[in-house]
Design a protein around this ligand. Structure first.
Ligand code: SF4
Ligand code: SF4
Length: 364
């Protein structure tokens, strides 16, 4: 590999990251962030990969492609994997592969959730957040096919014979099915809350699966959970008023986050950037029984999207809870937190996700 000028090295790294369907547009913040996070040697090394998550390479292939001595490659690879900047995983036959990671979902999750806090990470976080606000947030939801999807609180979902007469609840709409069919489950800290530092919601909230779970645990960035522990954690998150988000797929979802509008780069796409394509809403909507409702306002206070609104009594008229359907994302938190079981989350449509992450990203 030839010797590139410094600016060219980082621009080439951005261009490579930009080949992923969730693209990485040029701004001065992203260029500054890349320089904060990657040494010039690391940036140049990564650019030998064809594109993020494409054509994983063995150590032998990397040595051949880069022309660097094996010891040097091993040193760079170890440094990058230990900082969450390069993915390492085992194939079915035990062969170890390495792969470049995309900006999102990838760098955001692994780098910020990895290791200890540091000046470097704080500086990178500020730049990432500025990047998000200055264009990247909209870019994340630029496609007609949203790669992320809200998963409703499973306990609250139901069919209604009038509203959902031709509909069925599918396994991919049930969180427990995702969890039970996952090969490995690990929990890591929420990178969005590490980046933003604006709220005191729980930090150890993000579930990851399969080879990514193994990578994060092997590098000390997370811990394994059993199926039962993962389901318990999700219920804790529901109690804390957090929204489950996952990949917009039918199987192998990669991650399940428990999100807040204070920090989450997925939810903020709608709540802050007002992008209707930021993520896919669930196929469910809350239906409130006004006869049972006591106007306690719990559903108003818990709703992350301000879709439930309290309307005080006027001229001796009744108090009301108004529902703004266009704001609702179908998360089910209002139904879960209603003390009187006055809300049920009813299936209203069948928006069917792609089968696998690969197919989903081909649509993005
Ligand atoms: S939480 Fe339940 S009872 Fe309270 S206002 Fe909302 S629907 Fe009514
Ligand atoms: S009203 Fe709010 S809390 Fe209830 S499902 Fe819609 S977004 Fe979630």
């Amino acid at each position: 590999m030839g010797i590139l000028a410094e600016a060219d090295v980082y621009e080439k790294l951005r261009e490579k990251m930009n080949l992923f369907p969730v693209r990485v547009p040029w701004t001065k913040e992203v260029m500054e962030m890349l320089k904060v996070v990657y040494t010039r040697e690391e940036a140049e090394f990564l650019t030998h990969f064809p594109a993020p998550l494409q054509d994983p390479e063995t150590m032998d292939q990397i040595v051949e492609k880069t022309g660097k001595p094996r010891e040097k490659v091993q040193e760079i690879v170890d440094r990058l994997t230990s900082r969450g900047l390069l993915l390492r995983f085992k194939g079915r036959d035990g062969t170890v592969y390495y792969n470049m990671i995309p900006m999102v979902p990838g760098f955001d999750l692994y780098y910020f959730a990895s290791g200890r806090d540091s000046d470097e990470k704080r500086k990178a976080a500020k730049l990432f957040d500025k990047y998000y606000q200055n264009g990247f947030g909209i870019e994340m939801g630029a496609s007609n096919y949203s790669w992320a999807r809200v998963m409703p609180v499973e306990k609250t979902i139901t069919l209604d014979k009038e509203i959902s007469s031709d509909l069925t609840i599918f396994p991919y709409e049930k969180m427990s099915e995702f969890i039970k069919t996952s090969r490995k489950i690990a929990v890591i800290n929420c990178s969005c809350r590490i980046i933003r530092r604006t709220c005191d919601h729980p930090l150890e909230t993000c579930l990851i699966f399969g080879s990514v779970a193994e990578f994060m645990v092997e590098n000390g960035f997370g811990r394994y959970l059993s199926v039962e522990e993962a389901l318990e954690l999700l219920e804790e998150m529901e109690k804390a008023g957090l929204v489950h988000n996952t990949m917009n797929v039918q199987s192998n979802p990669g991650f399940v986050c428990s999100c807040c509008t204070c920090a989450c780069i997925i939810l903020r796409g709608l709540s802050e950037l007002h992008n209707p394509r930021a993520f896919a809403k669930s196929n469910f909507l809350p239906v409130r029984d006004a006869e049972i409702c006591t106007k306690c306002k719990k559903c108003v206070n818990i709703c992350p999207m301000e879709a439930n609104v309290y309307h005080a009594s006027h001229d001796n008229g009744p108090e009301r809870i108004l529902f703004l359907e266009e704001r609702c994302i179908g998360c089910g938190l209002c139904a879960y937190h209603c003390p009187n079981d006055a809300i049920k989350l009813v299936k209203i449509k069948d928006q069917v996700p792609e089968k696998t992450p690969r197919e989903a990203f081909m649509r993005v």
